[in-house]
Design a protein around this ligand. Structure first.
Ligand code: 13P
Length: 273
């Protein structure tokens, strides 16, 4: 199974110049004849999600490369146009060159109160527009301490079930292609940007639970990719990559340096080859 290593740049870098510097070093390393990065990362699909303002420029530079470009979010209100100040629609991010979007990141849930209904709208808009979706779920520290992780994840995954219920009626074939267009990212909120990580066994058990839940929604989803996010770095990537339940990584801080991002990609490419 191909691994996914996805860089979520969040509200970084600050300037166009820094975006280009990051891309220069990323593309130079990927294209370099002097090292075997290309060979190493062939079993690993790379993707980066710049902030909306940099999306068009980044996707233009990535156009003829193997690196995919994603948005970090899309509007819940309309998949196209409308009076929604500050929003960018699925159609607009696709037109800017994104082929995927992240949805439901814990920072969106926390700072923008994204609910089940909002996320259902966004998922629907994305998939109708042919954008793949990296759907993020994860528990807080308090929920982890109270051993509520699986309950919390089940509630968050219910959005996928609602999506299937509404889409199944309209488009029976929709579900058969969903495996290729939907990735679940398990990101414990307490592990994001903290340097604290769950054990590989904990992540593995959680991914097994997620896969089991999603397969229960619809049989074709039994091969869904589930990736881990939260303080993944060049030093710990090998241990996550070695586990068969972990199909990749969603990387924040370490994706802002080409060296650490590609080291993570290499770790996943080696073990999934
Ligand atoms: P860090 O890798 O900085 O912990 O961020 C993870 C994340 O939130 C990716 O979406």
């Amino acid at each position: 199974m191909q691994a996914w290593v996805i860089g979520n740049w969040k509200q970084n870098p600050a300037t166009k110049h820094e975006v280009n510097t990051l891309l220069d070093s990323l593309l130079a390393a990927i294209n370099s004849d002097e090292n075997d990065t290309v060979n190493k990362v062939t079993h690993c699909q790379l993707m980066v999600a710049p902030s909306c303002i940099h999306l068009a420029a980044v996707s233009t530079r990535l156009k003829d490369t193997s690196v995919l470009c994603a948005a970090q979010d899309i509007s819940a209100h309309s998949d196209s146009v409308g009076a929604y100040t500050g929003d960018c629609s699925a159609q607009q991010v696709a037109d800017a060159g994104a082929t995927w979007t992240i949805l439901g990141h814990s920072e969106r849930r926390q700072y923008h109160q994204e609910s089940h209904d909002v996320l259902l709208q966004k998922l629907t808009h994305a998939l109708i527009t042919n954008l793949g979706v990296v759907f993020c779920i994860g528990e807080t520290q308090a929920q982890y301490d109270a051993k509520q992780t699986f309950d919390v994840l089940d509630k968050q995954l219910a959005v996928i079930k609602s999506l299937l219920n509404q889409e199944l009626e309209q488009q029976p074939e929709f579900i058969n292609t969903l495996n290729e267009r939907l990735i679940i990212a398990y990101e414990p909120v307490w592990a994001i940007g903290t340097g604290k990580v769950p054990t590989v066994n904990e992540v593995s058990a959680t991914h097994e639970h997620i896969k089991h839940m999603v397969a229960g929604f619809a049989v074709p989803l039994s091969n869904i990719s589930v990736i881990y996010g939260g303080s993944v770095n060049a030093a710990n990537a090998d241990s996550f990559a070695a586990n068969a339940m972990i199909n990749g990584a969603l990387v924040g801080g370490a994706s802002l340096k080409a060296d650490s991002f590609l080291a993570i990609a290499n770790a996943f490419s080696h073990t999934k080859a």
